[in-house]
Design a protein around this ligand. Structure first.
Ligand SMILES: [Zn+2]
Ligand SMILES: [Zn+2]
Length: 408
């Protein structure tokens, strides 16, 4: 059962008509008016609040479906008959069974789910997508009756709506199979051929294409659901179900999103990492961010720097933004890139290597050779760690994943 508190305050049932609500409110407001009885000021406020909500069709619908929490969450009908809900949708489904049973006697049709592929740019900038929807609607010609004149018991199922067929499983073993009667589609009655509605051929429904406008708001995210109430298939004597659009993000080539933050990977040359650099980062709204390192700054492989408030806009609070985090990779020069004389020069500039003393006369000292690790060996031994090392940024985009790799 849904929340009925507001109805209880006014002393009416959930099915009360507008005029019943109004009457109840006027009666109670008179009785509890603070002018008359200062002690009942709280009660009066409660009564007025209940009436404010229940007399407003929009608020009433939200309250009937989601209770006071729904109003507090600021649900608002959006789009043509639509209800953008976002993350709250999951919670809503749990409630549905209960209140639908009490509010609607009629059966409710199935919900229809569609996936809408959305780019990260669209989640960043916002977008209205048009989605063509094929569904059945009640036939306009017959108003969903299927025909005119007298309905007759279906000849195929003799009015039962169920077709029974016997199937022989083996010698002396019969199985009865029951299926919905194809002639009357389980209704048990049909019109005679001459009385059947032409456009729908007695089916009561026809196919219809509808364009839904899906508002992808700034800051919405992968997996978020947008609900279009009652836009599902129409069937006679059944309340149409909802159309649920699930937003699915297309992977971005450069940016990875993590909550409100954006991650961006950039590769520096060794000279840039040591001596400084200037780069231009093209953002999701096509702005070009000019980024300069501070003089003297040295970048290590895997270094992360943050640009504040250049991340994703926050859903429903788009003046706020997450951060943009840049992870730097350093591209080292190829082998034998530097000749002997340059190496000497470089050594003068770089920090001195640690001094070690080698006891050459000690018998336990043995000189060995460094060679390349073969690929097959590396794959066998630590294939997982190796793969992650290369791709962790794209897969996870989170600091945690990287730190784990680095310490392995
Ligand atoms: Zn028709
Ligand atoms: Zn039938």
């Amino acid at each position: 059962m849904g929340d009925t508190h507001l109805y209880n305050v006014l002393g009416v049932s959930r099915n009360a008509s507008n005029s019943e609500l109004k009457k109840a409110y006027h009666r109670l407001a008179k009785e509890y008016h603070p002018d008359k009885n200062p002690e009942s000021a709280e009660k009066f406020k409660e009564i007025r609040n209940a009436y404010d909500i229940l007399s407003n069709p929009e608020k009433k619908e939200i309250y009937d479906n989601f209770g006071m929490q729904g109003l507090a969450d600021g649900f608002s009908p959006g789009g043509p008959g639509g209800f953008p809900f976002g993350d709250v949708l999951g919670g809503m489904f749990g409630m549905r069974g209960g209140f639908m049973g009490s509010r609607h006697r009629r059966q409710r049709g199935d919900d229809t789910t569609h996936h809408l592929r959305v780019t990260l740019e669209d989640f960043y900038n916002g977008k209205t997508a048009k989605l063509q929807l094929s569904r059945t609607v009640l036939c306009k010609t017959c108003g969903g009756a299927g025909g005119r004149g007298n309905v007759l018991p279906c000849r195929m199922c003799h009015g039962h709506g169920i077709k029974k067929t016997m199937r022989q499983l083996g010698p002396g073993m019969m199985q009865e199979i029951q299926t919905t009667c194809p002639e009357c589609r389980g209704e048990g009655e049909t019109y005679s051929d001459k009385d059947k509605c032409g456009p729908c051929m007695g089916r009561k429904v026809v196919n219809d294409d509808k364009i839904l406008e899906v508002h992808v708001d700034k800051g919405m995210r992968d997996g978020q659901k947008i609900l279009f109430r009652g836009e599902g298939d129409q069937l006679p004597d059944v309340d149409p179900g909802d159309v649920i659009i699930i937003l699915t993000q297309i992977e971005h080539k450069k940016f990875v999103r993590n909550g409100e933050d954006l991650y961006y990977k950039h590769t520096l040359g060794l000279a840039e990492a040591l001596c400084g650099f200037t780069m231009v980062l093209k953002h999701l709204d096509k702005r070009q961010l000019l980024i300069k390192s501070e003089p003297g700054q040295v970048f290590r492989p895997g270094a992360r720097k943050v640009i504040k408030e250049e991340g994703m806009p926050v859903y429903r609070n788009t003046f706020e933004r997450g951060d943009l985090i840049i992870e730097f990779d350093i591209k080292f020069p190829p082998p034998h890139f530097i000749g002997e004389p340059e190496i000497k020069e470089l050594q003068k500039l770089l920090p001195e290597p640690p001094a070690i003393s080698i006891p050459m006369d000690d018998e336990s000292v043995e000189e060995v050779t460094l060679t390349e690790v073969s690929n097959s060996r590396r794959n066998n031994r630590r294939s997982e760690a190796y793969d992650e090392d290369h791709d962790h940024f794209n897969h996870r985009g989170s600091a945690g994943a990287h730190m784990q790799c680095a310490h392995q």
